[in-house]
Write a protein that binds this ligand. Structure first.
Ligand SMILES: Cc1cc2nc3c(=O)[nH]c(=O)nc-3n(C[C@H](O)[C@H](O)[C@H](O)COP(=O)(O)OP(=O)(O)OC[C@H]3O[C@@H](n4cnc5c(N)ncnc54)[C@H](O)[C@@H]3O)c2cc1C
Length: 445
């Protein structure tokens, strides 16, 4: 069994799902071993079950966002966060339907909404649900509501703790199913683990990062409005990583501030003494990168991610598809492959605005000397004398270049969301097995 798990990532991923289901349905199992209060009827019991499952799912959200490397290694951060988003909505619907059923079956319970006169257990339910509602609304409509990322992230944590804490307080206050001491202990343990995970991400991880600082060695401009930020470990060995992975970067402030940003490493995974990132100047933080002088303190939390050729050592070669700054993890894959003298064929399809905007253009051309590398540049705006491809990376273009034996290679795609969607659909239409296509999304929220 242990051998099967060690060598089979799909078995491990499936095991995490089984674990998730067991923990979510745990409240129901507890209900089954407890004689239900007499005469309450199916709908009341059903509504209570929804409330408990919703609460357990909410508590489990902290596990999904705690950057547990073992869980992330099975799915990748984007799939995990996607799962977090959908399961939160399911939990929210359950938490909302729970009182609605009660109000329908026992209309007198509507009085519990009279906040000043309601008992504390009901007040906690109302406040917890409002916190949950605020969390869902500010997350789904963060961009239309123009909420900047960092205040959103801070409020998201506070609202999550409030929603789960108040929900648990409500369940204990009602007491029907948590009347027995051992059940309260069991549920308190679940809540404490959730709290610990928050403390782990907010306090323990920053504390660990503080013990392993980095300094900015150089910040250099690249084509395409990208800056290379090179960091050197200070008093420790740094870390090696699988090319294509990313780390959370904190620059010039304490890691406890939680103002960290994810960036893919662009340097070779074989080198831990100098870690580089290619950062596109886009927003508040990234536009200021160029202003930090060498010597500035930095902290890294990583490496993370499953977008890496290292997981597919048996692949006959690789097709790498990049758009704009999406080249950074792919550049790292190529640099690492060159250093390892990897002799497999690499095809890079790279879309950029113009010839002048192609980030790492000269470096990529130089890599052709040490790698079996073919590069197809696809330009949006090309001069009249441009002989190469123009327009978008779509089905026709991919069909022209990708190998006939589609399943023999692994495909790595990193670009703007629209291009990623187009390429994903096109590869599917071209019969590339879905298990061979790997995507890295730069926009998590
Ligand atoms: C796995 C991964 C790898 C990435 N690799 C690179 C890379 O190699 N090069 C590169 O230029 N960019 C990369 N990014 C994107 C980069 O993290 C964002 O562009 C950057 O954080 C934006 O910050 P800002 O304050 O300059 O922009 P803002 O204008 O404040 O934000 C723009 C958008 O970026 C996202 N964002 C902002 N702050 C954060 C944050 N702290 N954490 C997560 N998302 C945030 C939000 O969706 C926000 O709407 C990567 C993102 C991810 C998820």
């Amino acid at each position: 069994m242990q051998r099967l798990l060690m060598h089979n990532p799909i078995a491990i991923a499936a095991l995490w799902i089984v674990g998730y289901l067991v923990l979510t349905l745990f409240p129901l199992l507890v209900l089954l071993v407890y004689p239900a209060p007499v005469g309450r009827g199916f709908w009341i019991e059903f509504s209570v079950a929804l409330g408990f499952i919703g609460l357990a799912m909410m508590a489990l959200q902290f596990v999904l966002t705690a950057r547990v490397n073992r869980i992330e290694a099975s799915y990748g951060i984007d799939i995990l966060l996607q799962f977090h988003r959908y399961t939160s909505i399911v939990a929210f619907v359950m938490v909302l339907v729970h009182p609605i059923i009660l109000f329908i079956v026992q209309p007198e319970t509507l009085q519990l909404l009279n906040f000043p006169q309601a008992p504390w257990r009901a007040r906690m339910a109302v406040l917890g649900t409002l916190a949950f509602l605020a969390m869902v609304v500010t997350t789904i409509w963060r961009k239309p509501l123009k909420i900047p990322y960092e205040p959103w992230r801070a409020s998201h944590t506070v609202l999550a703790v409030l929603a789960v804490g108040l929900g648990f307080g409500h369940a204990v206050g009602v007491g029907n199913y948590l009347g027995l001491f051992w059940k309260v202990v069991l549920w308190s343990a679940i809540m404490l683990v959730s709290l610990w995970l928050i403390l782990y991400v907010r306090l323990v991880k920053p504390w660990l990062a503080m013990k392993k600082p980095y300094v900015v060695e150089a910040i250099t401009p690249e084509r395409g409005d990208v800056w290379t930020l090179a960091l050197r470990p200070l008093g420790h060995e740094g870390f090696t990583f699988e090319p294509g992975q990313f780390a959370w970067l904190t620059l010039n402030i304490t890691p406890f501030s939680m103002r960290e940003h994810p960036f893919s490493m662009s340097s070779s995974g074989e080198r831990s003494d100098r870690i580089e990132f290619g950062i596109k100047a886009l927003g508040d933080f990234t536009k200021r990168i160029q202003d930090y002088p060498p010597g500035t303190k930095a902290y890294l939390d990583g490496p993370y991610g499953v977008f890496t050729i290292d997981r597919y050592w048996d692949s006959a070669g690789f097709v790498l598809i990049a758009g704009g700054v999406g080249i950074t993890p792919i550049y790292s894959m190529l640099r690492t492959a060159a250093e390892r003298k990897d002799d497999r064929p690499f095809l890079l399809i790279y879309s950029a605005n113009s010839w002048e905007d192609i980030t790492y253009r000269e470096e990529l051309e130089a890599l052709k000397e040490s790698l079996d590398l073919t590069i197809v540049y696809v330009l949006r705006k090309a001069d009249d004398d441009w002989q190469g491809e123009t327009g978008y990376v779509d089905r026709d273009l991919l069909e022209k270049y990708i190998p006939i034996h589609r399943g023999s290679r692994h495909y790595f795609v990193c670009a703007a969301p629209v291009m990623m969607d187009t390429v994903e659909r096109a590869l599917f239409d071209l019969d590339v097995p879905v298990t061979n296509v790997h995507m890295e999304h730069f926009n998590l929220a």
